[in-house]
Design a protein around this ligand. Structure first.
Ligand code: GLN
Length: 201
């Protein structure tokens, strides 16, 4: 059990319930984040899959976008999956013109970049630090087209990164919350522990 770690899950739209379930299985406390007050005392936050343009609209409408972006720039650990990763990207290609980015990772992504005919596919991938493959589900997944120097690639398919990390930010183009394997969430948990050990709190 990890009773002292509190992880928020952005719950404006999308697959947030599945993340809550995975966190519970890891023995973690979680909190749905719908308002700025829900950000208080979080040790990390997950931005789920769903529809990034809709989440962007809701973030702008609620002021949560500004506050969340501030917290992320202050170093709050964040894990974005699929649409969540799109929202973290410094540059979003094929987004809507009014779509906002939280700019939490130096990556360029293309929405629906894996193509409409391949709307969904699944593949076993090798992840650095894991000793056996992880079964990854891709659903209208974004492609990571380029990464900055400080971004570490933890898994790729055909030389395209699909799981990346920069400082306390983790992002995947696939949906680890939709399988029962908890190992990618465990990677995020270890990032949270790292941040807690190095913070002055
Ligand atoms: N294509 C979606 C978007 O642009 C992401 C899909 C997903 O999260 N499964 O937000």
């Amino acid at each position: 059990m990890n009773p002292r770690v509190l992880v928020g899950v952005l719950a404006l739209q999308g697959a947030f319930d599945a993340h809550v379930q995975r966190l519970t299985e890891l023995g973690l406390e979680s909190r749905l984040v719908k308002n700025t007050s829900d950000l208080v005392d979080l040790d990390g936050i997950i931005l789920p899959g769903g529809e990034s343009t809709t989440m962007s609209n809701l973030l702008v409408a609620s002021d949560l976008g500004v506050e969340l972006s501030k917290r992320l720039h202050d170093g709050l650990p964040v894990f974005g999956t699929c649409a969540g990763m799109i929202m973290m990207a410094r540059t979003i290609h094929d987004g809507r013109p009014d779509q906002i980015s939280l700019d939490a990772m130096d990556i360029q992504v293309r929405r629906n970049g894996y193509g409409r005919q391949n709307d969904s596919f699944e593949q076993d991938i090798s992840i650095t630090s894991l000793d056996s493959p992880f079964h990854a589900l891709f659903i209208r997944a974004p492609v990571i087209e380029s990464i900055g120097h400080d971004v570490e690639v933890l898994a790729s398919i055909d030389e395209r990164p699909v799981l990346v990390r920069q400082a306390y930010s983790l992002a995947s183009s696939f949906h680890p919350e939709l399988v029962t394997d908890l190992r990618v969430h465990e990677i995020f948990l270890s990032i949270i522990h790292e941040s807690l050990t190095t913070s002055k709190r």
